[in-house]
Structures are given as C-alpha cells and as structure tokens.
Write a protein that binds this ligand. Structure first.
Ligand code: NAD
Length: 504
C-alpha cells in the first residue's frame, strides 16, 4: 500500500489577472435593464476571491414583467415555421462559437475550471447543443393514427408547452443551460432563464451571445438571482407553463412541490459507483476512474465518487489510483500545466470536509489528500483525495460529495458488488470495468441506474444521447440530451377530422 502523502502536486502559485468588474444587466422584454430593485449583487471569483462583476438584484415585479413579456413572445414564436426557427438556432450556435474565448474565460473565472482543457470544450459543446436542436426540429415527426371510423382521419402534432422557466446549477454554466434552452427554443417554446447565483455572469454573457444571432429578443428573458426568491417566484408564477430544473435533489423536491400541476423536467444529482472487477485492465481502469473523480474537481453530477472494487483487484487498484491522484496539478485554471482548479464555492468545500471526516471517524483509511491546500489566494483549492475501506454507513455512500474524491470500498464477489452499487438512492450514472462481456451483461441486467458506462469513466457522455435517472430514484425525471429533451418539451396534440360531416 502507498503511504499517505500530505500534499498534492502544486503548480507555481500564479495570480490570474481579473478583468475590470463590469455591471451586468437583466434581460426583460428584449431590453437589458437594471431592474426595479435598485440593488446590485457582487460576484467573486473562486480563483482569487476578487470581484468579477455585479448583477442587479431582481424584484418580484421584474419577474412578473418577464413572465408577461414571455407570454406575449410565445404567441408569435410558436407560429414561426420550424425551418425558420431552425435557421435562427443555427445562428445562435454561430454566435456562441464567435464568443468562444470570452465565454470560456468567464466560465473559468466564475467556476474555477481549467480554461483550455475544460472550459473551452464546454463552450464548444454548448454551441453543438444548439446545432443538434436546429437539426432535430426539422425531423420532429408525429404519427398519423388509423381511425376505427372510416370517415375520420387522425393527425397528431407536437406542440410547445409555452413559457419555460429554466433553472440551472453552477458546475457547467453554459453547457447545462443550453441543454433545455436549445431544444426549447427550436421547438417553439420561450424561455425565462435563471442561472445559478454562483455563475450568473456567464449565464448573462451566454444570453448576450444568443441575441447577436438576430432573433426576436423577447423569446428569452434572463433573470439571475437567489433560488428561494427569484427561482421560487418563477416556479410558482401562474404565467409559467413548465419548468426545466438541473440541480440538487433537495432543491428539485422543493420545485416539484411548488410547481403543482406544471410540467417539469427535473435532472438532479448522482452518487453512482464505479465497479472494478478483478478481470479488468487495472492500469487503464485506474487512469479513467481518476479522470471521473478529478475532472472539474469532481463537481459533476455523473462524477466518480464511490469506487467498488472486487477483493482480488483491491490492493493493486488502490496503489494505481493513488499514483493517478498524485499526477493531478492543482492551481490556477489559466496555467496550462494545471489539471484541477479551485472548488467553485465554500459550500462544496465544507461538504467535502464533512464527508471525509465522517468516513475516517467510521473507520476509512485516508490514503492521499483530504484537506484544503494552502498557499493559494483563496481557501477553495482542495487536495485530490483517495480514501480506502469506506464503511457502508459512511455519508459518502449515500450523499453526493461533489468534490475531488476517490472513495474505495472492497467487496467479496459480484453479487456483493451489485448489492453495494444498488444502495445508491440517486440511480443516475454508474461505471463498470471488466474484460468479460458475459460478466458485463450480468451487471447490466441487475444495476438500477439511468446510465451505465462500461470500460470508460463515468463522465463520458455525448450531447445527443439520453441522460437521466432510473425510475423510482431521487435523481428526477425526464431526459437531457438532444431530441430526448426536445420530446420532453413538447406535448402531443391529437386532431380528429371527419370528412363526411361537411357541406357537399
Ligand atoms: P442547487 O439545487 O443548490 O441549485 C440549482 C439551481 O436551483 C440554482 O440556480 C439555484 O438558485 C436554484 N434554486 C435553489 N433553491 C431554489 C428554490 N427554492 N426554488 C427555485 N430555484 C431554486 O444545486 P447547485 O449546487 O447549483 O448544483 C449542484 C447540483 O446539480 C448537484 O446535485 C449536481 O449533481 C446537480 N447536477 C445535475 C445534473 C444532471 O444532469 N442530472 C447536471 C449538473 C448538475
């Protein structure tokens, strides 16, 4: 076993130069406005702690104006021919690509993720989501259904729900908003977008880019703000027809209860394990699993946190993944040698500390990392952490840690691995490493999860592929991913026509 090592590899401390703090605005009824509240909220960068910019504190009156404007905009937008909407959505993708560096830079500054290796690809995929939606709407076919009455014909049409409130988290501040916004707009819905209070400026900058695409400026409204005020006012507003929410299961439950009979698309957290079988290529498994644990500092819904290892592979795997953790270079996200930046916020750092302390108290062995790193401009740089022999009753086994953590549990055989894996109450994403197709299918048919990645890391996704939780779990309902999201954002309208009951 590798001896505990107190420090991860640190890049030379280097301070990113902050842009001049700008005063951002709300977008209501096609106009950028300071809102009616008269107050502003400052946004700090997790990289240096400095103020990045300000945005207006929206009032309930601002929310009400935005909803009314959205309702008016919907009347026209839903009648705009789908191919015209598709052309505009392609232009939105062009505009995002033109603003690639600006958006990625702001995303790194607000969220803390490495600029070149993570923020740039995220913004590229944001543009791709708009391209996919622009093509999907052109092929959204609905069935003609045979009638039992020979005088009738039955047609169906996909109709947009209307005004959608889109509420998103801070971990992917351009990509996740694009997942419902792109198919929503393409299918004739209008959007009121509330970005996370931790990354509001990236959210506003994304909407600024969209408006460069020569679109009706009122089909999207942008009102950042706190969840319990602005978010809740939007969810409960009578003028809102549907809600797309991506965030924690705690907030998702609140939204579900406040939304009443409105249509909802809820994508919540995950704590799905990666299973390592004794016949796997262990070196490859350790390398890929470490990516799943440490990409975006583990702040991903489908990040690898719990690792369940077959007892015959346990010793070697712990050594190998610890070696991988040691390769992580923690530091300034704008330094190209850096592979992991700071956590986005204090709440996430506190949760990591609570989970590690709890696991160690209950008998787990801390192998590597385990605390905030010193010598950085903020207290948010967290060491990549490896813990072994995590007991079944540790919080890590039940709650999402959402930080740079590899938490290993050893199991005696395949059935015990399945039992431990299915303790996961989220059921969002799991991973499996094996060289045997036969064994893979044994697991495929027994694991309760919405998504399963075999022989790659749990962060592997493609934007057109359906992603969401297993039924009956707490990770929500509906699907994110290309046309599967579009199908959640439209309803089927049936039209029965009798061609005999007409004047001859
Ligand atoms: P969060 O639930 O705290 O906040 C998400 C959003 O909800 C924010 O915009 C917030 O302002 C808003 N909000 C909070 N309270 C609200 C309320 N009462 N009414 C209306 N809106 C409210 O989550 P977070 O910390 O921003 O994000 C991290 C979570 O997101 C993790 O659990 C992660 O797994 C999840 N996530 C899921 C997916 C997925 O596709 N399943 C993707 C990314 C992140």
């Amino acid at each position: 076993m590798i001896a505990p090592s107190p420090l991860p590899k640190l890049a030379e401390p280097k301070t990113t130069e902050m842009p001049q703090a700008r005063h951002y605005k709300l977008l209501i009824d096609g106009q950028w406005t300071e809102g009616s509240g008269g107050e502003e909220i400052a946004v700090h960068s997790p990289i240096t702690g400095e103020i990045l910019g300000y945005y207006p504190k929206a009032s309930q009156e601002d929310v009400d104006r935005a909803v009314k404007a959205a309702r008016r905009a919907f009347e026209k937008w839903c009648l705009t021919p789908p191919f015209e909407r598709a052309a505009m959505v392609h232009r939105m993708a062009d505009a995002i690509e033109r603003n690639l560096e600006k958006l990625a830079r702001l995303e790194s500054l607000e969220n803390g993720k490495p600029y070149q290796s993570e923020a740039i690809p995220c913004v590229q995929e944001t543009a791709e989501n708009f391209r996919i939606a622009a093509e999907d709407i052109k092929r959204l076919e609905s069935p003609i259904i045979p009638s039992r009455d020979g005088h009738k014909r039955i047609l169906t049409f996909y109709r947009p729900y209307g005004v959608w409130t889109v509420i998103t988290p801070w971990n992917f501040p351009t990509l996740i908003p694009s997942e419902p916004i792109a198919p929503g707009l393409a299918s004739g819905n209008v959007i009121i977008f509330k970005p996370s209070e931790y990354t509001p400026l990236t959210g506003i900058a994304l909407v600024e880019a969209l408006l460069e695409a020569d679109i009706p400026p009122d089909i999207i409204q942008c009102i950042p703000g706190e969840g319990p005020t602005v978010g809740d006012w939007l969810v409960a507003h009578d003028g809102v027809d549907a809600i797309a929410f991506v965030g924690s299961d705690r907030t998702g439950r609140m939204i579900a209860s406040r939304a009443g009979l409105k249509h909802t698309l809820l994508e919540m957290g995950g704590n799905g394990p990666t299973i390592i079988l004794d016949d796997a290529d262990l070196e490859k498994a350790a390398e890929l699993t470490a990516f799943g644990c440490f990409y975006d500092a583990g702040q991903v819904c489908c990040a690898t946190e719990r690792i369940l290892v077959h007892k015959k592979a346990h010793r070697d795997f712990v050594d190998l993944i610890t070696e991988e953790a040691k390769k992580i270079v923690l530091g300034d996200p704008f330094d190209e040698n850096v592979t992991m930046g700071p956590l986005c916020n204090e709440m996430t750092a506190l949760k990591m500390e609570r989970h590690i302390e709890d696991a160690v108290k209950k008998g787990a062995k801390l192998i590597y990392g385990g605390k905030r790193a010193s010598g950085f401009p903020t207290n948010l740089y967290f060491e990549p952490t490896v813990i072994d022999q995590v007991p079944e009753d540790a919080l890590i086994q039940y709650e999402e840690s959402f930080g740079p953590l590899a938490a290993i549990t050893v199991a005696a055989d395949d059935d015990e691995l399945i039992r431990l894996a299915n303790m996961d109450r989220y059921g969002l994403q799991m991973g499996l490493f094996t060289s045997s197709l036969h064994r893979a299918f044994y697991f495929i048919e027994r694991l309760r999860t919405g998504n399963l990645v075999i022989n790659d890391n749990t962060d592997y996704w493609e934007p057109h592929v359906p992603f969401g939780g297993a039924g009956g779990t707490v990770s929500g309902h509906g699907r994110i991913g290309g046309k599967y999201t579009m199908l959640d954002m439209v309803y089927l309208n049936t039209v029965v026509i009798d061609f005999m009951n007409v004047k001859k």
